[in-house]
Design a binder for this molecule. Structure first.
Ligand code: HEC
Length: 235
């Protein structure tokens, strides 16, 4: 084999993969036109547009800066590519009191308005696409959803069920300060030692708003709804 064929072959093998995995999806997904709900199939009107503004957007930045995406994905894969939809509450809630089974696959439109689609690099920890839903319905008992997330961020092993957790503690997102006068309303119940208290920084608050906003199971227009279990029962 001549050097010329070798170089051409090499460029072709990597070039085709690059085209198929990077260039084609980029061109297809960079300018998504909004999808409308149709009265006939969805029973509602308007466009599908998830809310991502203000503190939620700041929190996405904190999520990126701390490398959460290195261990956490935000993609519920189609059933042909994995069993994500069947893992407990990854794809939504199996029994939502109002909407019943809300589980569905993630689609490109779920990332509307996000600066980066933080789909993740590897899956060391659970998928966070619908973390907001899980925290509100399952983990919030006791202190409420924000408190649960603050406690997890400060030190995941505070939860007796997660004593082996390898999710890194992010204690630097909290400030330990001396109480002078009356204690702060924002102080963490778990951080009281003597006359010091622990308060979350603005980054921690933004991150928690972002994490609670992770609910990629909103109703989608029928054209986007790929949840296999539901399409069978649809009229
Ligand atoms: C080194 C890999 C790693 C990094 C980086 C990481 N996590 Fe985790 N995370 C895990 C693992 C493993 C678990 C599962 C164990 C547990 O529940 O604590 C987890 C669990 C969680 C959970 C609980 C999810 C559930 O439904 O039970 C949340 C919330 C979470 N991580 C948030 C974060 C946030 C926010 C960041 C960034 C600030 C982050 N993680 C960074 C590995 C990581």
């Amino acid at each position: 084999m001549s050097l010329r064929t070798f170089i051409l072959g090499l460029s072709a093998s990597f070039g085709v993969a690059w085209l198929a995995i990077v260039v084609v999806p980029f061109i297809k997904m960079r300018n998504l036109a909004p999808i409308e709900f149709s009265e006939a199939t969805d029973g509602s009107t308007g466009i599908f547009f998830p809310k991502r503004t203000g503190r939620i957007a700041d929190g996405a930045q904190v999520y990126a800066e701390n490398g959460c995406y290195l261990c956490h994905t935000q993609v519920v894969r189609p059933t042909y590519a994995g069993n994500d939809l069947y893992r407990s509450d990854w794809g939504g809630l199996k029994a939502d009191p109002d909407r019943g089974d809300t589980r569905r696959e993630t689609n490109a439109y779920d990332f509307f308005g996000e600066k980066f689609a933080q789909i993740g690099v590897s899956r060391m920890g659970p998928d966070l696409s619908n973390l907001g839903r899980r925290v509100e319905t399952e983990y919030a008992a006791g202190g409420g959803p924000e408190q649960w997330l603050f406690s997890h961020l400060y030190d995941p092993r505070q939860d007796p069920q997660r004593w082996k957790s390898t999710c890194p503690p992010h204690k630097f997102l909290f400030e330990e300060r001396k109480v002078t006068g009356s204690p702060s309303d924002a102080a963490m119940p778990f951080g009281k030692h003597g006359d010091t208290e622990l308060v979350p920084s603005s980054e921690a608050k933004a991150l928690v708003s972002y994490l609670l906003s992770l609910k990629k199971d909103q109703a989608v227009p029928a054209v986007l709804n790929f949840a296999p279990a539901k399409s069978k029962t649809a009229p």
